[in-house]
Write a protein that binds this ligand. Structure first.
Ligand code: DO4
Ligand code: MG
Length: 289
């Protein structure tokens, strides 16, 4: 029997390179000068629409090289984020903010009907696979947050997935939850990539997300978790985001982190962060100053 999540039969990956949209499907590569990123991805029933598109063009194996230089899969989309969707995030944040008396808010939002949603990044401040993420100069405690990231088209339906890194300054957020936008939003604080994964059914709920942080070739931290450990459903998060907002080019939504390094760990300049999600690929970024 065919496996519904098998690459061989159904998976589709869309890459954005310099001016080019490239589709990888069943290990074949397709592109057309008629495809422009914003219009190409912003379609309901994207998997089927792209299948129709690639039937009209010829596969081109020379495109395989081009995807090695893929950029972040974003042009006019905003990046939003959800928070405290995994128990580990709730615990770590209650601990880091306990001296400031902010701990209760995290416990409450974890149990509340309404999720935490916040603006994370414009496309211009985000980076892609192979580019550098940043840590703030006025922060001494920084971590990456590896997050499954949903793509919704302007109709609000989930059409694809990518890997996100929600870089966070723990000391700034821990000092006062009202500092969240400064802890989360700055140049190079969001990474997305390496592609937009467009399966024909929703992503495998047992898919694992993993992270490895290396320094000078030595692993400093690694961990993994299944995305099914998330407290909320993907459709619930998408529904809240679209309640009173429209996104004419579609939108990305990071779904929160289930992995937080121990409190003794902080990122350094030149650390390498590799985040993988089964079915999507691996997003690698070095930390710049
Ligand atoms: O509550 C602050 C941010 C939470 C977050 O980014 C996460 O849980 O991933
Ligand atoms: Mg996060």
């Amino acid at each position: 029997m065919k496996d519904a999540h098998s690459d061989k039969y159904f998976n589709m990956h869309i890459f954005y390179t310099d001016q080019k949209v490239i589709v990888k499907y069943n290990n074949e590569f397709f592109s057309s000068p008629d495809w422009s990123w914003d219009a190409f991805i912003n379609r309901k029933g994207l998997h089927q629409q792209v299948l129709n598109d690639i039937r009209a063009v010829t596969a081109d194996s020379s495109l395989e090289n081009a995807i090695k230089n893929a950029k972040a899969p974003i042009i006019s989309q905003e990046i939003w984020a959800s928070g405290v969707t995994y128990m580990r995030s709730r615990e770590a944040r209650m601990e880091e903010s306990k001296d400031a008396g902010g701990g209760d808010f995290y416990a409450k939002v974890y149990d509340a009907e309404r999720p935490e949603l916040f603006f994370k990044s414009s496309a211009g401040r985000a980076v892609g696979h192979g580019e550098k993420v940043r840590i703030r100069k006025d922060s001494a405690w920084n971590v990456p947050e590896p997050e499954l990231t949903l793509f919704m088209c302007s109709a609000g339906t989930i059409e694809g997935y990518t890997i996100g890194n929600d870089m966070s300054s723990r000391d700034i957020e821990g000092e006062n939850p009202l500092y969240l936008p400064q802890a989360k939003c700055y140049d190079g604080a969001a990474a997305l990539g390496p592609c937009l994964f467009v399966p024909h059914t929703p992503i495998n709920p047992d898919a694992r997300i993993s992270i490895e942080i290396s320094r000078g070739g030595k692993t400093m931290f690694s961990d993994e978790i299944s995305i099914n450990r998330m407290k909320r459903s993907h459709t619930e998060l998408a529904e809240y985001l679209f309640r009173e907002m429209s996104f004419s080019n579609g939108v990305y939504l990071m779904t929160g982190t289930g992995i937080v390094p121990p409190d003794t760990f902080t990122l350094n300049y030149a650390d390498e962060i590799a985040i993988s999600i089964e079915g999507i690929g691996t997003l690698i970024n070095e930390v710049a100053g």
